[in-house]
Design a protein around this ligand. Structure first.
Ligand code: FAD
Ligand code: NAD
Length: 467
């Protein structure tokens, strides 16, 4: 069977489905091929189920802790199958919503795995049928997959070694969970299972957790992990399973071998673009490391072949994939666009949360050296914020970085309870080119965590009121 479309999108994750919706809104005849489930990694096995479990684990841990703020709770019990069903319900609501939106906008959704034939056609096997779809524009949005350690393959040890997908759906509480990798996934999910009651050990190759972030920012998270009883083994090298297959063997910094018994081992050492197994190599596109190389308009090296999201490399974040998808649709419709965001905020949903946007202290200093300006840096601690205290969350701070000469805000970092929601304020101030005075003289509602954002700017101006 043959069919023809203007835009063919391969992959129905946040990048692909947003591109398809926007293209259809702009009157472009659009077909989207999805092999697994609409919503992609993010909605089905990523952002959404992980955040749902983080919320459930928080609620359970608070109740189980008892005696908190004068509240006594008796007989708290975790019904894990029900918790998983609740999480699956949220996923179903959102993926169903994506299907409805695509239908509403007239996008043709083809279930099945696309095999690239050439830059203008793909084939999709549907049972006995082979459907060939031809297009004017091909948008590659095939996402990413978890990195497997060759000496610790998924499924090894009688299914002990798992990826995040399985760790989002353990039907039984693991007694002892070992997590390899103290990055986003390892810490988010390690914390979940610790709060549900598992003994959790995190093994990290680098000398600290979340090595991509600065040390000050990570300190409250490391302290909270220690309080929760999560063991973190830093600068340890993973060797593989022991002979019996029931423990992880690691080498400590002194070179000694240590065995960590585990009934589950979550390997979370990164993800890589999904470039293999669907004929992508036939296009012989230029690559950037393991990712499809793109320019500032998400064009690949082949005319009218575009790539977005995780397939196009770092940062592997859903909101970046969506923003690229929307832009590509508009470019195909003839709009003038470039992907040049002032920032792509990133949030780590640890306890407490971390959010970063724009320059880091190191990159701001480097920028200052290059362009001849000094950098102002100021923090405001949540210990001096009324809302944080009333939430029983005095840890953490907001930090602002700005040019000393004209006060242009260069970057933000924050760590603390619920700081993920500050990402909107951070992103907006950077995108609008705000100065310290703009934020400092904006009235922020009281009592809110946002006041710490205003106070950080006041402090950078030497005008702090509450510290
Ligand atoms: P994907 O979401 O991976 O979608 C690609 C889709 O393409 C998939 O549905 C796949 O089935 C389909 N596909 C692939 N090949 C073919 C083919 N040949 N034919 C047909 N279909 C195909 N990001 C955040 O921003 N915030 C978070 O809190 C967050 N949490 C995460 C938690 C976990 C546990 C994980 C694993 C990831 C998380 N991420 C998070 C990352 C986020 O999920 C990805 O950045 C995002 O999903 C990338 O979107 P995408 O559209 O590029 O690809
Ligand atoms: P990551 O890059 O965040 O962390 C991987 C960690 O594993 C690093 O700390 C690294 O030093 C460590 N590591 C690597 N090899 C190791 C080894 N052999 N032994 C021990 N430690 C090792 O990767 P991730 O946690 O797998 O997440 C993948 C991607 O998914 C992230 O890059 C992120 O973009 C995305 N994600 C985002 C969110 C979010 O936005 N909140 C949440 C989850 C995932």
């Amino acid at each position: 069977m043959h069919s023809q479309t203007q835009l063919l999108v391969v992959g129905g994750g946040p990048g692909g489905y947003v591109a398809a919706i926007r293209a259809a809104q702009l009157g472009i005849k659009t077909t989207l091929v999805e092999g697994a489930a609409l919503g992609g990694t993010c909605l089905n096995i990523g952002c959404i189920p992980s955040k749902a479990l983080i919320h459930a684990a928080d609620a359970y841990a608070q109740a189980a802790q008892g005696g908190f703020m004068g509240i006594q709770v008796d007989g708290v019990r975790l019904d894990l199958p029900q918790t998983l069903a609740w999480k699956d319900g949220i996923v179903a609501k959102l993926t169903g919503g994506v299907a409805t939106l695509l239908k509403k906008h007239g996008v043709r959704v083809v279930p099945g795995w696309a095999e690239i034939v050439d830059g203008k056609s793909v084939e999709v096997r549907q049972g006995e049928e082979l459907l060939r779809i031809q297009c004017e524009h091909l948008l590659l949005a095939a996402g990413s997959q978890e990195v497997e350690l060759p000496f610790l393959p998924f499924g090894a040890g009688d299914g002990r070694v798992v990826s995040s997908t399985e760790a989002l759906a353990f039907t039984e509480l693991p007694r002892r969970l070992v997590v390899v990798g103290a990055g986003y996934i390892g810490l988010e999910l390690g914390t979940v299972w610790r709060k549900f009651g598992a003994e959790v050990t995190v093994v990290e190759a680098q000398p600290r957790i979340l090595p991509a972030y600065d040390a000050e920012l990570v300190k409250p998270v490391a302290a909270a992990l220690a309080r929760l009883g999560v063991q973190t083994l830093l600068a340890h090298r993973v060797e593989g399973l022991n002979a019996a297959g029931d423990a992880l063997t690691v080498r400590d910094p002194q070179g000694s071998l240590v065995e960590l018994p585990a009934d589950r081992i979550l390997v979370a050492v990164g993800r890589r673009p999904r470039t293999l197994g669907w004929g992508l190599e036939r296009l012989m596109l230029d690559m950037a490391g393991g990712a499809v190389k793109i320019d500032a308009q998400c064009r690949s090296s082949m005319k009218d072949v575009w790539a977005i999201g995780d397939l196009a490399g770092e940062p592997l974040l859903a909101h970046r994939a969506m923003a690229q998808g929307e832009m590509v649709a508009e470019l195909i419709a003839g709009h003038r666009r470039r992907f040049e965001p002032a920032s792509i905020p990133a949030v780590c949903f640890t306890d407490p949360e971390i959010v970063v946007a724009g320059h880091t202290p190191t990159s701001a200093e480097a920028e200052g050296t290059r362009h001849g300006f000094k950098v102002l840096q100021a923090t405001f601690p949540f210990a001096a914020n009324g809302r944080a205290l009333s939430l029983e969350a005095p840890e953490g701070f907001v930090r602002v970085l700005a040019r000393a000469d004209n006060h242009l805000i260069l970057g933000w970092q924050a760590v603390g309870a619920a700081v993920s929601e500050l990402s909107a304020a951070f992103g907006l101030s950077l995108e609008m080119g705000a100065r310290l005075e703009d934020v400092a003289h904006t009235i922020h509602a009281h009592p809110t965590l946002g006041e710490a954002v205003q106070e950080a700017c006041l402090r950078a101006l030497g005008q702090a009121l509450h510290i």
